[in-house]
Design a protein around this ligand. Structure first.
Ligand SMILES: [Zn+2]
Length: 263
């Protein structure tokens, strides 16, 4: 996975734990709640002392920047003693902040490119630390803060985000061509099979003999054959075998439609 993580000015030690005494079990997604900020802006801001908060990563138009090293715990998911989530805490989670904007409607949104980069980073960290997708949370899921606000207001955006964490990655041109060749080869096989099927149908139509007006007889022919038998136009041999070919069935149907077996 090609991912570029830039090292921003490191978070000031007064804004985070300079250690981590638990395994990384969760990844928590946030938004900055700003309008048009950049990842580097945020790193610079949090490199100053006494900001009272922090995050491991910021994702903006300018890319992915690390602020708090992974082996330090950021102050990101706390803020109250009443947690919604029973286990996720700063010490066992990595926090990613997405830079946000305010739209013409006055509501927050996250640019598609930033969401995409955040998905990439989250997948990278899931893989690196063995974090399962169900342990990727919104800040909102840890305690009741509307963060990231667009993903709380529109839960379908969050569902889409989560779906894209486990879906297949974008194909390279080489993989695309390989798949295309595979599909074309399958399509050729299907065409061959359809051809064989046509030939089989042809064989059945030219060689099949219908001896009785039963389930083996095509249903479209049965009323006409019955009428022809009732009329006496079609009779079986001494064993009652009708010995009708497919062509005979077609002819009997034609005659039946013309009223030849009407009594
Ligand atoms: Zn948050």
């Amino acid at each position: 996975m090609d991912i570029q993580i830039k090292q921003g000015p490191q978070c000031h030690p007064s804004n985070c734990y300079t250690y981590r005494n638990d395994d990384i079990l969760f990844i928590v997604i946030h938004f900055t709640g700003n309008n048009g900020d950049t990842a580097l802006n945020n790193c610079t801001f949090f490199s100053g002392a006494n900001r009272k908060a922090s995050a491991n990563y910021f994702v903006g138009n300018d890319g992915i920047y690390q602020s708090v090293p992974d082996n330090w715990a950021a102050w990101a998911v706390g803020g109250t003693k009443i947690y919604k989530h029973p286990y996720c805490r700063n010490m066992n989670s990595i926090s990613i902040e997405m830079c946000s904007r305010i739209g013409a409607d006055g509501k927050y949104y996250i640019r598609d490119g930033i969401v995409e980069q955040t998905i990439k980073l989250t997948r990278y960290l899931m893989n690196k630390y063995g974090v399962p997708v169900e342990n990727v949370l919104r800040h909102y899921d840890v305690w009741d803060k509307k963060c990231p606000e667009p993903f709380v207001r529109q839960p379908e955006l969050w569902e889409d985000f989560k779906r894209r964490l486990t879906g297949s990655e974008d194909l390279t041109m080489e993989q695309y061509n390989e798949l295309k060749d595979l599909i074309n080869a399958q399509a050729a096989k299907i065409a061959d099979l359809q051809n064989i099927n046509k030939q089989l149908v042809n064989v059945v139509q030219t060689t099949m003999v219908y001896d009785f007006n039963d389930d083996n007889m095509p249903s479209w022919a049965r009323p006409a054959v019955q009428a022809a038998m009732d009329y006496g136009a079609v009779q079986g041999d001494e064993n009652g075998r009708l010995g009708l070919s497919y062509k005979d069935l077609r002819a009997i149907c034609r005659e039946y439609r013309c009223g030849m077996y009407d009594k």
